[in-house]
Design a protein around this ligand. Structure first.
Ligand code: DGY
Length: 304
């Protein structure tokens, strides 16, 4: 609604073909892609573009080739800050579901296979007091640390490019681990909160997965390509780790069939930011960037 007050808006709810992209670059002053849209170097037409800004609806922008966009004179913006808690909440959901076998239990009950209470029925892992290793201590990683530590008494270890100096991090006694290998072997849960990019592509490969403890769980709400999915399937099949909770995948929306057949894996369809309040806030952030851009002001959330 708010956007229609300032702009003539066309909505497209599915990813565009290259031909549709080429057309859109000729027809629109601004395009607002999301994570499902691949804005690679080859979607641009040869001719001059009418479009001058890609106002991404989302904080992650690894689906946009920013160098190619810049080369075609485009400004690129994102929506930082407004989806921090929603994404950390979902990471915590995955952690709890994995530890307490919630998906498996619900499937059993719905299938009519629950025979009643008995002492050894679906025993899970304890969350309270366990050790959580966080990879990527940006806004979302920090929010996850707060929820896990102050909500569930978890000990927090983290791996990041550099130690985080925020007072809250010191208050929870979070321990910086310069070397990932030193952290992985000490965690009961490992949560990924780093951006996707050349430095983090397949960060969790077979070698790193093997460094985790056999009772440990991996949680990914960051981006699918941070985990080598083939290596993850092998590690899960071999019992090298206890389970995985995934909200993101290497080739979304395709999910490897092997993962869908594993009881110790919780799979969600990229729901990290999917609360009404968050999706509205993301839209308002997009609008703020568009308004600034078209009134000749510096855009607040420029990434290119
Ligand atoms: C984000 O904002 O990066 C979410 O993953 C949805 O795109």
């Amino acid at each position: 609604m708010a956007m229609q007050q300032s702009f003539a808006v066309t909505c497209q709810n599915s990813p565009m073909t290259t031909q549709e992209w080429q057309r859109a670059f000729q027809d629109y002053d601004a395009i607002c892609p999301c994570v499902a849209d691949r804005v690679s170097a080859d979607v641009y037409p040869a001719a001059k573009l009418r479009t001058c800004i890609l106002a991404n609806y989302g904080v992650g922008y690894n689906h946009i080739d920013t160098s190619a966009a810049k080369a075609r004179g485009l400004t690129v913006t994102n929506t930082p800050g407004v989806l921090t808690d929603a994404t950390a909440d979902l990471a915590m959901t995955l952690l709890l579901m994995l530890a307490r076998r919630a998906g498996e239990g619900e499937r059993q009950l719905r299938a009519g296979l629950w025979s009643g209470w008995y002492p050894t029925h679906m025993m899970g892992a304890m969350v309270t007091g366990a050790t959580l290793g966080i990879i990527g201590m940006g806004r979302i990683g920090q929010a996850m640390a707060f929820k896990a530590h102050f909500g569930f008494g978890m000990k927090i270890l983290y791996h990041n490019r550099r130690p985080v100096t925020e007072a809250g991090i010191a208050a929870m006694g979070a321990e910086f681990c310069e070397h990932l290998a030193d952290m992985l072997g000490r965690c009961d849960f490992v949560a990924l909160h780093c951006p996707s990019g050349p430095a983090t592509h397949h960060l969790m490969n077979s070698e790193r997965l093997a460094q985790m403890q056999p009772h440990a769980f991996l949680i990914n709400t960051a981006r699918g390509d941070v985990v080598d999915e083939t290596a993850l399937i092998q590690a899960l099949s071999a019992g090298q780790i206890a389970g995985a909770g995934l909200d993101v995948y290497e080739k979304e929306p395709a999910v490897p069939a092997a993962l869908t057949q594993m009881e110790n894996v919780v799979l969600l369809p990229h729901l990290g930011s999917a609360t009404l309040q968050t999706r509205v806030a993301m839209g308002m952030r997009v609008l703020r960037n568009l308004d600034a851009f078209f009134s000749g002001k510096e855009v607040p959330d420029r990434v290119a």
